[in-house]
Design a protein around this ligand. Structure first.
Ligand code: ADP
Length: 587
């Protein structure tokens, strides 16, 4: 239950709606209580009239009889309608509240997700993130809506109905109440089983979805390896498991309703049996028996829902726990200086970086300086630490040891938002949205997207000749994650996206690895023109793209081994010379 306390702020936000709902619950119960009273009076009066039959004229008695029936019938109708109206309002107010809270909570979690850093995303799967913002939030909604509604309803109907029953016949009341705790408890147990069954089904469903998604994403490789049969078999097995879990749940559901009806019927039999004795003993009227049966029916649903809502509350509490686990994660810092003044250089001093699951440093003792306006290349084998270095520079990763300075100011002093808006980052694995080429290129760019600028970046990023191949030019839809594009085209797209930004520093992580040699040199020339006066840091596992850089850093096993111009390095660094002579580095 402790976990659910974090919902209090929302309950407070909608306190008037909730209070309104509670008032409606009480009013609806108040009117519901009148119905059995009118039924009893109607029956007892009708019986009294029929007793007079031997001594009075039948026409007069029939007139009286019909008047009675009409009077009580109308009274029952009015009480029921009023009860119904308030029940409707109660549902409206409480269910609307639960939907409002669901909406607010989803937004809160989404905002939180956006503020969590790289390390969080490294540790958690997308499926998990998705299930917390959808399934868990909806479990919590079930607590706020139905649970609160039924709980308040149970409380008031119990107090009112039992008080009324006790005032009529305390002995029979006790008898009638005996099966109810069993009913409540067995529904609680069965509900828990149902919830567990549902959870298993959900988990299996997500296994199937992931399998299907992975299969479609990797369909090319599956076909080329002729692995269709294996995948089909695997999918079929998961499907069978899913079916079995559903059937297990269906079995539990199948005993649920008969069990409820049995226990409810038991109480009714007790009323009829014990009530019958009481009538014979003269302590009870036949009207009282009818009245008791109606009270009993009024109690049964709240009792049944008590078991159900207890299971719901437990489920909601577990879900809220999972949500809280993410909400309590440390966010990327949102504060700091907004005004980034950068006059001379950025520098890294004695940087060490180690990934949480590794026992060697990905970077160790890195010292480097990047002067404003310089084109800096980083070259090294795959796994040498280039991406880690670029991610540290772009603050995707936080500094663990050492210093990162812009001029002489620690980079942590600047707000992340301002800092990131001053840089453009092209990552190694390109991500494209299922949208048009134009939208993908213009994505994230703050400057006014004008046609001239788009045409310019298309030219500079070497996409010009590709445009002729796309049927609708820039308006061509790229397909899910850009499946319809070649590796090189995707890289050029992400370069174009970066060029759209008006940044100070451009961090390009091995972004030309899938581009052919001729296009590569055209792109480098284009980049130099497009980004004239800007700072460029480009990493590559081959020397060719960074050969004409103002400064090249050679990185090996997380250490910077040499810094210099191409010619200097060729002359004095054996490793660099070896790389160059072998043209491309092994990957
Ligand atoms: P490069 O970009 O030069 O290929 P990386 O910076 O990607 O090199 O990798 C440097 C080292 O850090 C490698 O040993 C790699 O296995 C490790 N590494 C990279 N990313 C992660 C990660 N997310 N978790 C754990 N280790 C990582």
């Amino acid at each position: 239950m402790g976990q659910l306390a974090s919902l209090n702020k929302y309950l407070l936000r909608y306190k008037w709606l909730i209070l309104g709902g509670i008032v409606c619950v009480i009013t609806s119960n108040l009117f519901a209580i009148y119905v059995p009273v009118f039924v009893r009076l109607g029956i007892d009066n009708a019986m009294a009239i029929s007793m007079l039959l031997p001594v009075s004229s039948s026409t007069v008695l029939y007139g009286m009889f019909w008047k009675q029936v009409l009077w009580f019938g109308v009274a029952i109708l009015i009480a029921s309608v009023i009860k119904g109206v308030f029940m409707f309002l109660m549902r409206q107010l409480l269910i609307v509240t639960s939907r409002n809270i669901e909406f607010d909570q989803k937004n809160e979690i989404f905002r939180k997700y956006e503020r969590l850093g790289e390390s969080f995303y490294r540790e958690h799967y997308t499926g998990d993130l998705m299930s917390r913002i959808t399934e868990d939030v909806s479990n919590v909604r079930m607590y706020i809506g139905p649970s609160i509604m039924y709980f308040v309803n149970i409380l008031f109907s119990f107090i009112m109905v039992i008080a009324q029953m006790l005032s009529i016949n305390s002995w029979l009341t006790l008898w009638v109440l005996i099966p109810l705790p069993f009913l409540s408890y067995s529904i609680y147990v069965v509900s828990k089983k149902i919830n567990r069954g549902n959870k298993r089904i959900q988990e299996q469903l997500s296994v199937i979805t992931t399998k299907a998604q992975e299969t479609f994403a990797g369909i090319r490789i599956i076909k080329s390896f002729g692995a269709e049969e294996n995948f089909s078999r695997d999918f079929r097995e998961s499907g069978l498991d899913f079916q079995k879990k559903n059937l297990d749940l269906a079995k539990i559901n199948a005993i649920f309703f008969p069990l409820m009806t049995l226990l409810m019927g038991l109480s009714t039999i007790i009323v009829l049996y014990v009530g019958g004795w009481e009538v014979q003993a003269g302590r009870f009227t036949p009207g009282n028996v009818a009245e008791f049966i109606i009270y009993l029916n009024m109690l049964i649903w709240p009792v049944a829902s008590l078991g159900w809502t207890t299971a719901l509350v437990q489920k909601a509490s577990a879900s809220q726990g999972r949500i809280n686990e993410f909400l309590n994660q440390k966010e990327e810092s949102q504060t700091g200086l907004d005004d980034i003044k950068w006059e001379q250089k950025i520098s890294l001093k004695n940087i060490n970086y180690r990934y949480a699951d590794k026992d060697v440093d990905a970077l160790s003792g890195v010292d480097c300086e990047i002067n404003k306006g310089e084109f800096v290349g980083i070259v090294g084998k795959t796994g040498s630490g280039k991406t880690t270095l670029i991610q540290l520079l772009s603050r995707q990763l936080d500094i663990q040891q050492g210093q990162y300075l812009i001029d002489d100011v620690e980079v942590q002093d600047f707000s992340l938002k301002a800092f990131r808006s001053s840089l453009a980052y092209v990552q190694q694995d390109v991500f494209l949205f299922s949208d048009t080429l134009r939208e993908n290129i213009a994505f994230g760019s703050e400057s006014q997207v004008n046609e001239e600028k788009i045409q310019e970046v298309v030219r500079y990023s070497g996409l010009g000749k590709d445009m002729k191949l796309f049927p609708d030019g820039l308006e061509t839809i790229v397909g899910e994650r850009g499946v319809s594009l070649s590796g090189g085209q995707k890289q050029r797209m992400s370069l174009a996206r970066a060029l759209m930004r008006d940044a100070e520093i451009y961090l390009l992580d091995d972004c030309l690895s899938a581009v052919d040699a001729e296009t590569e040199s055209t792109i480098i020339e284009g980049l130099k023109k497009a980004l004239y006066g800007k700072t460029i840091l480009m990493s590559s596992h081959r020397i060719a793209p960074i050969m004409r850089a103002d400064k090249i850093m050679v990185i090996e096993d997380g250490k910077i081994m040499a810094v210099g111009k191409h010619e200097e390095l060729l002359e004095r660094n054996e490793y660099y010379r070896w790389l160059f002579e072998n043209q491309s580095v092994e990957s």
